[in-house]
Design a protein around this ligand. Sequence first.
Ligand SMILES: [Zn+2]
Ligand SMILES: [Zn+2]
Length: 248
Amino acid sequence: MKFMEYTTELVDAVNEWDGKVEGPSEKNRKVNRLRVYKNSFVENFLATSHVLTPGLVFGPFILYGLYESFHGTSAQIMTKLAIFALGIFGFTIIEYVIHRWGFHYKPGKEFNSKVILFLLHGYHHQFPNDKTRLVAPPLMAWPIAFAIGLGYWAMSGPEYFWTLFGGTLAGYLFYDWSHYYTHHARNPKFFYGKMIRKAHMIHHYKLYHLNMGICTPLWDHVLGTSAWTDDLVKEAMEMALELEKVPE
Ligand SMILES: [Zn+2]
Ligand SMILES: [Zn+2]
């Protein structure tokens, strides 16, 4: 499809990629980003995203979910607020599962298999400081949100759907902005910020199949994929700071 045609630099990067969602290659360490699509509309509006875009797109659904929560008897309101909070908490599991078993899935050798994984997550590991593809762009976020919404509709039915979905989107936003923070708040001042940045840099530069949770280490501890030693932190942060010097 002409509309979705890849640039030569993307095709070359996928062909050169070994299919491992690990640290950036020597060549890719020297640049901050690639252009993926030839068509400017697709590249600028569907395949990349400003950090605030997910808030503008999903914010109204979150507010509507909260608004819906305040309808009914006081018992129903308490139930709905608990469901909203459950939606936020539930997303911490979703982000862990998608990242561990989806984004780090090893693709086949053929281009069409590799390019899907590359665009889903391989790209982020090869160009971790590309600001424009850090929060999920519409091409990725909307289909995932739609699929999760359909599943929740089937589970919760119309009465609790907007509350659950709104809470889930709030969890998603928290995850996406936490992820952006780990890469771009380069000198966090508070404990939580320091912790998630260091843990995520270990994931990017030292142990690619560990520290799969971004906004909380909870599921890594529960499922045995947590990694944290002083040496790991030191080496990962050195590498992160080195790559962050590459001009944007
Ligand atoms: Zn990853
Ligand atoms: Zn990252």
